[in-house]
Design a protein around this ligand. Structure first.
Ligand SMILES: NC(=O)CC[C@H](N)C(=O)O
Length: 262
């Protein structure tokens, strides 16, 4: 663990921001160690003197539409997604939409990503409902799309204007996600499968709502993106966070890119 950087002046003076995160269904939507994404956020906040408040929200729980800066959903097996899908739609749909409508951030990985669309069709007769936060739907395809993956993304404030940055990770999904014409992807596939294995598109983004197939876990392998997410969720200018000693994180990113051949 690197040494803690100096506490920023505003934090020392008592203006301690706190990143408030709600993890949705953390015990059901957590494959490929997706909970590592939460640890990454917690550590990078702590190293900067930023508070971190985690709420675990599961089946039957109400979700406070104004209580969180970031909603997080990990990936899951079809059978666990089924439980979550029904609850998400019946108990939390309005709160999720209200959160997004006021600019709250959402990160959803794989199974969680699929549930942000309109539906996930498991076969010709069965479909799991989605909350419709992203304009897309998912259909189970022949075989699974598995392997290391790298995509290039352009996010407001992440690097110079127009700069494309790389996210690297690992994907394993049976679902193929089809974006509506007006729904932009998160990024362009450099290596791997992405949403369908053929479209060249990966993930989806609507403002601060992001869905992606990238496990990894995603954030430990892409520290720059973790910081973008923290800043965006806290409504701070991206790039304004105190720099950290990222020697290990940079090595993890380089390793993930190498694995994907990029
Ligand atoms: N890795 C995942 O989250 C898998 C999501 C979903 N069960 C699928 O196979 O498409």
């Amino acid at each position: 663990m690197p040494d803690l950087p100096p506490v920023p002046e505003a934090v020392a003076a008592g203006e301690r921001p706190t990143l408030r995160v709600a993890a949705l269904y953390p015990e059901l939507l957590n494959i490929y160690a997706d909970r590592g994404n939460l640890l990454m956020l917690e550590r990078r906040c702590a190293w900067r003197g930023i508070g971190f408040a985690l709420t675990r929200t599961t089946i039957g729980d109400e979700l406070d539409p104004d209580g969180h800066d970031l909603l997080y959903l990990g990936g899951g097996q079809d059978r666990d997604q089924r439980l979550c899908a029904e609850d998400l739609v019946s108990t939390k749909r309005d709160a999720v939409h209200a959160h997004a409508a006021r600019g709250g951030a959402v990160l959803a990985v794989c199974g969680g990503y699929q549930l942000l669309g309109h539906r996930y069709a498991l076969d010709a007769t069965t479909a799991l409902p989605g909350v419709g936060l992203l304009d897309l739907h998912t259909e189970r395809g022949e075989g699974r799309l598995i392997g290391n993956v790298a995509i290039e993304v352009e996010l407001p404030g992440a690097g110079d204007p127009g700069e494309r940055r790389v996210l690297a990770g690992f994907e394993n999904h049976g679902g193929r996600t089809i974006l509506a014409d007006a729904q932009p992807p998160l990024g362009r596939v450099l290596s791997g499968h992405g949403n369908t294995g053929a479209s060249g598109a990966e993930g989806a983004r609507r403002g601060n709502v992001i869905g992606t197939y990238l496990h990894g876990p995603l954030l430990p392998k892409n520290a720059w993106f973790a910081d973008w997410l923290i800043a965006t969720a806290l409504e701070l200018p991206p790039g304004s966070l105190a720099p950290l000693d990222d020697a290990l994180e940079d090595a993890a990113h380089a390793g993930a890119r190498r694995a994907a051949g990029v």
